[in-house]
Design a binder for this molecule. Structure first.
Ligand code: ZN
Length: 495
């Protein structure tokens, strides 16, 4: 009995001893597991929690009013009144951004782009130019390249125009297109696309072509969208120029593409994504450069369709985001506002009729070309003939022209065809700016009849929108300044 008891006691002791050993083993395992987990989570912070595919879309001149007219146009295309969301305004994070530059409240694209690219305010008309700084800031694209990312720069206007230039060049004058173009080859960026070189032989037309120099610097230049990848073996990069380029090395407006041809911005972005995709990452800047131009020209349907076309390029990035949601960040913003469109005007009060936007056939620029051609090919000119050309090539059916409208048109007609005017230079600038006076006089009647208004031929100091989706998007909500894009991206990347 006694022996039995001792045995039992012993057995219990053994049991508890065994339990303690088992418990400490489990504890050890838990400890080990948590160490592994902490290590993994630290590690994932450096690799998994930051985006590696970054898109920066800049709608040049794309203020809130210009986004609104794009959405209103989408809606009237569906036969409805109202606003149909663009892809960009469907993004979950919305913000707003101030755009003033170092020496002026109203900025230009050079200074605004510099602030976005380099994170520092620059002077009006300059390209990432900071002479007073001991360590001039690098553009976000250059930093991305230094950190092993592939870099693509795409625009619908000249590739050495202000917005693309701020990412690869430094110059105190945005119009020094030749020297800006020379810096393109030195950037080592992997992809350039869209517009051609402005002034490829310099202003005096006496220098070696920028196209030639770029090719010598190991870039392949092509306007064919097939077998891009094969073309660049052993080369530094690819420069895809749209097969149809107009007189300022720009791509045709979306509204004129059917007639003039060429690729859309969306098609180029799609190919660029395919070309630049790699495991390390990429940074792609896409500019919708002619949103600004259409707004300068106070040309509402052209403007709306440029915004929509830009948005279709954003959609390509969005499709990519849906494939790699944890690794992609898409930022869409504007460098400044242009044109000052208002939906609603003095004449029409509450009777704005945006379905009339569908009556536009071509851009004001295209119609101006038709008028130039008419002027060149004829000796006698008539207002009736001009109105017929407008009906065929610009907007149809034309609205009613009041007595006053006809007086205005006659004044523009005399000035354009016979250089007869009693207006001062300043009055002419305010009335027509640098645009075709006859086209502008007709355009103003149409715009007023739709119930729209523009407040300037130039830029505005209004805030612009910021739309973001993807990894780190939350940092771009709320109110910000254009100098904050670069530090926010850098902070996210921890480069
Ligand atoms: Zn502009």
């Amino acid at each position: 009995m006694f022996i039995m008891k001792i045995f039992k006691l012993n057995k219990n002791l053994m049991k508890s001893k065994f339990l303690i050993i088992k418990f400490s083993r489990i504890l050890g395992l838990i400890l080990l597991l948590s160490v592994v987990l902490v290590f993994l989570s630290c590690n994932s912070k450096t690799t998994e929690n930051k985006p590696k595919y970054i898109f920066l879309f800049i709608g040049d001149g794309m203020g809130f009013g210009n986004v609104s007219i794009g959405e209103a146009f989408l809606s009237v295309q569906d036969g409805k009144t109202g606003f149909k969301r663009l892809n960009l305004s469907s993004f979950p994070v919305h913000g707003e951004c101030t755009t003033d530059c170092a020496d002026n409240l109203i900025t230009d694209s050079g200074a605004a782009g510099s602030a976005i690219a380099c994170g520092e305010k620059a002077n009006f008309g300059t390209i990432s130019f900071y002479p007073d700084k001991t360590n001039p800031p690098l553009s976000i694209a250059k930093i991305a390249k230094q950190n092993g990312f592939k870099v693509g720069i795409i625009t619908t206007v000249g590739i050495n125009h202000a917005t693309p230039a701020v990412f690869y060049a430094n110059n105190n004058n945005r119009r020094d297109y030749y020297n800006i173009g020379l810096q393109l080859c030195e950037s080592g960026f992997d992809f350039f696309g869209g517009g051609g070189f402005l002034k490829p032989n310099d202003k005096s037309n006496d220098k070696r072509s920028l196209y030639e120099i770029t090719q010598e610097n190991a870039y392949v230049i092509t306007n064919s969208i097939d077998n891009w990848k094969d073309l660049v073996k052993d080369k530094k990069g690819l420069y895809f120029t749209n097969p149809v380029l107009l007189d300022e090395a720009d791509m045709p407006y979306a509204i004129d593409r059917k007639e003039l041809g060429g690729f859309s911005l969306a098609e180029i972005v799609e190919k660029a994504i395919d070309f630049l995709f790699n495991q390390k990452g990429f940074f792609i800047m896409v500019e919708g450069g002619k949103i600004d131009w259409a707004a300068h020209e106070n040309d509402p349907a052209t403007l709306a369709l440029e915004v929509i076309d830009f948005d279709l390029a954003v959609k390509k990035a969005l499709e990519f985001y849906h494939k790699y949601p944890e690794q992609t960040l898409i930022i869409v913003t504007a460098d400044h506002d242009t044109g000052g469109i208002s939906i609603g005007n003095y004449e029409k009060e509450y009777q704005t009729n945006l379905s009339l936007l569908l009556n536009y056939k071509h851009s004001l620029k295209y119609f101006s070309g038709v008028l130039d051609n008419y002027k060149e090919k004829n000796k006698d000119y008539s207002i009736q003939e001009v109105l017929k050309l407008a009906d065929e090539n610009f907007y149809s059916p034309l609205p009613y022209f009041s007595k006053n409208d006809m007086i205005e048109l006659k004044s523009a007609f005399d000035y354009y065809f016979f250089t007869r005017t009693n207006l001062s230079e300043e009055e002419l600038r305010i009335k027509y700016d640098e645009y075709n006076p006859v086209a502008v006089a007709i355009s103003k009647v149409i715009i007023r009849n739709i119930g729209l208004n523009f407040s300037t031929w130039n830029h505005l100091a209004n805030k612009v929108p910021v739309y973001t989706i993807g990894k780190g998007a939350e940092y771009f909500g709320g109110s910000m300044d254009n100098t904050e894009f670069k530090p926010k991206i850098l902070n996210l990347m921890q480069w």
